[in-house]
Structure formats: structure tokens, C-alpha cells
Design a protein around this ligand. Structure first.
Ligand SMILES: *[C@@H]1O[C@H](CO)[C@@H](O)[C@H](O)[C@H]1NC(C)=O
Ligand SMILES: *[C@@H]1O[C@H](CO)[C@@H](O)[C@H](O)[C@H]1NC(C)=O
Length: 455
């Protein structure tokens, strides 16, 4: 009797939940990476990746009716946030067939358009395949190879870290029964409001379908957290960018108070949506990165990022984010900034302050904690690899002139050689659906352990 009432209680509890579907088994594509030790000896980790919940088929718990189609919610299954989470299930994914995601040994390839699907976002799982792999990046070095040769203007093949919960928020929010296994719990420094679930609840209340994106919309809630963009790039331009937030953990925000790209008020939130970016072209070296340039994007390259602390310990204050490149066995230092008043070839507090002044931007980065705040968040981070196009500004902030009506000779306006609007989603989705990015040979360890540093 007691056993039985416990079981019923458990079943009832289970009903109030963002559920996991049972029609297609969720099998994560396997991906290996290397954890390196002082001296450079590396150990192989057998892990996998998981696709984010937003891309999945969301259907009725008991059947196969869509809870969400295109960019609208089913009014009966999803009358409000809680009922929707209780009555809808996220389904397992066919990674290669539906999403164009393929993994082979240490390499992950993401195809831009596959059938009806556009873009994807994947998270590295821990070896147990139950939770996301957590990285503490302070006083550490992160290295990977990337092939952007098939990634044109307007696309972004991104590798970055955000401070998501390791279990996707499953233990914090009883409404979330799907957990990391189904790619839940996303957050970033734009406090995205296009997520279908946040904190174990749906985001149907206040949802406005997008006018330009047949697969997306903006809901009443957003999901904020610090973001460390190690790599936002295509074959024309690349940038690395810390984005701190007031809280080092994921937090839910309300409506336009979220700030970021999805809100009317960009700077209203608790995160820094702009960040402090290092893009060689924007810093005045137009021949450093690109096809046929110093770093030639026609071939794969190795990208090294070092998170240096002031006292050289894992708990010290973050003082510098340093970049090296390796191509054809040659280690290349990052480009030096050529912008008047902005010195250096790495991200430091001095660089960021000088850059904001030179480009005439408000220092939102410093207002939300700056480099030190970013460092606090780096102690617990999840690795993301994604491919996307940009419905808000056609990726012009990365590879073209932006703001588009600004004078391109003014410092900070020119970011790459792409013509404005070649990255408009309807154009790139039509013309460049077969574009891909391949990330491989991920290595992580103490400074100097993942590549042969210059003497
Ligand atoms: C760009 O960077 C490369 C490599 O550091 C350097 O050789 C070149 O002189 C730089 N160009 C400019 C205009 O600064
Ligand atoms: C981008 O987003 C901002 C904030 O919501 C909005 O004001 C702007 O109109 C958007 N631009 C485009 C082209 O969608």
C-alpha cells in the first residue's frame, strides 16, 4: 500500500514536467577529446555531443501531436508555461539524417541546412553520457582544429563556453525531466528569448512568432549566463569575445528587461551582450585572417586560447586571454592591434577599455564585471559547438560593415570584406545550405600542454 502510494505520487509528479519522448532512442554521436597534463602528455576521453532541446520535435506526451509547429505553439497542449511543460515531450534525434550532424573519432561536422532543418547547436557530454562536461578554464589552455573553408559570408561556425548547469537544470527545476540528455538548460549573454523551455517551464506565455524566421519566435522569458566565445568565425572573419554577466550562474529574465538581441532594450539586462572582442580585421590588420592570408582559411588550422591568471594559479584573477595559431606546423602569434590608442594582441582589461574608447562604445563589458567577472564564470563552463545564421543583423557585426550606415573608415566599423546583407538568412539558406564547419582534435590542459609553444 505504502509502496503503491509512493509510486502514484511519483507518477503524478512526473506529469508536471518537461518530458522526454520515447519514440526515437536518443543516441549521442560519440566524440573523443584529449585532456593534457603538465609536460604535454594527453589522455583520450571518450565523450559525445547532444543537440539542444530547441531543435527537437516537441509532441504531446501521450501521442504524436505537435506541441509546437514552425514558430507557433498548439493552444490546447500549450495553454500556459506549466501545462505545456507537463503535457509535452522532447523527442530523440536522428543526428545525421535530420540535423546534418556527424561525428567521427575526434571530429565533429555540422552542416548548415539539412532538409527542413537550419543550423544546430551541440553540447559536449561528460564521459558518463548523463551530464554536460564541465570545464574550469582558469589558468588553462584550450586548443582545437577547425576547417572553415566551406563556411561563407553570413554564417558562423562557433565554438564557445557558457555557464549552463551540468544537468541542464534538471535537479533545480522539477519541471525539467529531460535534463542534459535532451540538451536542455541553454543560456548565453544575449539572454535568449527564443528558447522553448527555461527553468523547467515552457516559454509560450508572451510568445511572438518571428516575422523573418519560420522556425523561431520570442517568448516572455529569457535565459542569461556568462559566455566565452572562443571562436565565432567563417572563412572571412573571426573573433574571440568574453561576455560577463552579473551572476556567474544561469538566471531567468523577464521580457524586455532581459536586454540582448531579443529585446527592445539591448542594455537593460544583467549580461554584456556586446563583449570585448578581438577580430584582427576590426583591429586594423586586414591581411591576417582569410583566404590566402597569414592564417589561410582555405586550409584547416589549430586555434590555441590561454586563460592566464594574474598569480599563475587556478584560483587567481583572470588577467589575459591569449591567442596563438598553428598552421603548416608553424606557430603564429595573434595579430597586433593597429587601431590608434589600442595596443596589444590579446584580451586584457587595458585592451578592452582602450577599445571601447577608440570605437566610441559604452563600456558595458566593465559594467557587468569585465575580465575579472568573466574569470569567475570560467570556473564552471559547458562547451558548445554550433552553426548558425543571423536573423537580426545578417552576421555583419562579424564579417562586414556594421552598423551598416556607419562610415567604414571610422575605427571599429569594418569587420571583414563581406558585402553587407550577403548574410541575409533567406539568401544564405538558399545558396549555401551545404556549408559545413568541422571542429576536431579538442585538447585541454595546463598552459603550454596542448601545443608546442614558441620558445
Ligand atoms: C598583420 O599581421 C601579420 C602577422 O602578424 C603581419 O606580418 C603584418 O605586418 C600585419 N599587417 C598589418 C597591416 O599590421
Ligand atoms: C534586431 O533586434 C532589435 C532588438 O529587438 C530590433 O530593434 C531590431 O529591429 C532587430 N533588427 C532586425 C533586422 O531584425
Amino acid at each position: 500500500m505504502h509502496q503503491r502510494s509512493l509510486l502514484i505520487a511519483a507518477l503524478l509528479a512526473g506529469v508536471r514536467a518537461q518530458q522526454a519522448g520515447t519514440m526515437e532512442e536518443e543516441v549521442h554521436p560519440p566524440l573523443t577529446w584529449q585532456e593534457c597534463a603538465e609536460g604535454g602528455e594527453c589522455t583520450e576521453k571518450s565523450a559525445s555531443v547532444v543537440i539542444d532541446a530547441n531543435w527537437r520535435w516537441l509532441h504531446s506526451l501521450e501521442g504524436s501531436d505537435n506541441c509546437y509547429t514552425g514558430n507557433t505553439w498548439d493552444e490546447e497542449l500549450c495553454p500556459d508555461n506549466k501545462a505545456c511543460a507537463a503535457g509535452c515531450a522532447l523527442e530523440g534525434a536522428d543526428y545525421a539524417e535530420t540535423y546534418g550532424i556527424t561525428a567521427e573519432a575526434d571530429a565533429l561536422t555540422l552542416q548548415f541546412v539539412k532538409g527542413e532543418n537550419v543550423g544546430s547547436r551541440t553540447y559536449l557530454m561528460a564521459e558518463d553520457d548523463e551530464s554536460y562536461q564541465i570545464f574550469n578554464l582558469k589558468n588553462k589552455e584550450f586548443t582545437f582544429d577547425v576547417d572553415v573553408s566551406k563556411l561563407p559570408c553570413g554564417l558562423n561556425g562557433a565554438l564557445y563556453f557558457v555557464s549552463m548547469d551540468a544537468d541542464g537544470g534538471q535537479s533545480k527545476y522539477e519541471g525539467n525531466k529531460a535534463g542534459a540528455k535532451y540538451g536542455t538548460g541553454y543560456c548565453d549573454s544575449q539572454c535568449p528569448r527564443d528558447l522553448k523551455f527555461i527553468n523547467g517551464e515552457a516559454n509560450v506565455e508572451g510568445w511572438e512568432p518571428s516575422e523573418s524566421d519560420k522556425n523561431a519566435g520570442v517568448g516572455g522569458h529569457g535565459s542569461c549566463c556568462p559566455e566565452m566565445d572562443i571562436w565565432e568565425a567563417n572563412s572571412i572573419s573571426s573573433a574571440y569575445t568574453p561576455h560577463p554577466c552579473d551572476s556567474v550562474e544561469q538566471t531567468m529574465c523577464e521580457g524586455d528587461k532581459c536586454g540582448g538581441t531579443y529585446s527592445e532594450t539591448r542594455y537593460a539586462g544583467t549580461c554584456d551582450p556586446d563583449g570585448c572582442d578581438f577580430n584582427a580585421f576590426r583591429q586594423g590588420n586586414e591581411s591576417f585572417y582569410g583566404p590566402g592570408n597569414t592564417i589561410d582559411t582555405k586550409s584547416p588550422m589549430t586555434v590555441v586560447t590561454q586563460f592566464i591568471t594574474a598569480d599563475g594559479t587556478d584560483t587567481g584573477k583572470l588577467s589575459e586571454i591569449k591567442r596563438f595559431w598553428v598552421q603548416n606546423d608553424k606557430v603564429v602569434a595573434n595579430a597586433e592591434s593597429n587601431v590608434e590608442g589600442v595596443k596589444g594582441n590579446s584580451i586584457t582589461s587595458e585592451f578592452c577599455t582602450a577599445q571601447k574608447t577608440a570605437f566610441g562604445d559604452d563600456d558595458i563589458f566593465a559594467q557587468h564585471g569585465g575580465l575579472e567577472g568573466m574569470g569567475d564564470a570560467l570556473e564552471s563552463m559547458v562547451l558548445i559547438m554550433s552553426i548558425w545564421d543571423d536573423h537580426n543583423s545578417s552576421m555583419m557585426w562579424l564579417d562586414s560593415t556594421y552598423p551598416e550606415d556607419a562610415d567604414a573608415s571610422k575605427p571599429g566599423v569594418a569587420r571583414g570584406t563581406c558585402e553587407p546583407h550577403v548574410g541575409d538568412p533567406e539568401k544564405v539558406e538558399g545558396a549555401s545550405g551545404d556549408a559545413t564547419v568541422t571542429f576536431s582534435k579538442i585538447k585541454f590542459g595546463p598552459i603550454g600542454s596542448t601545443f608546442k609553444a614558441p620558445a
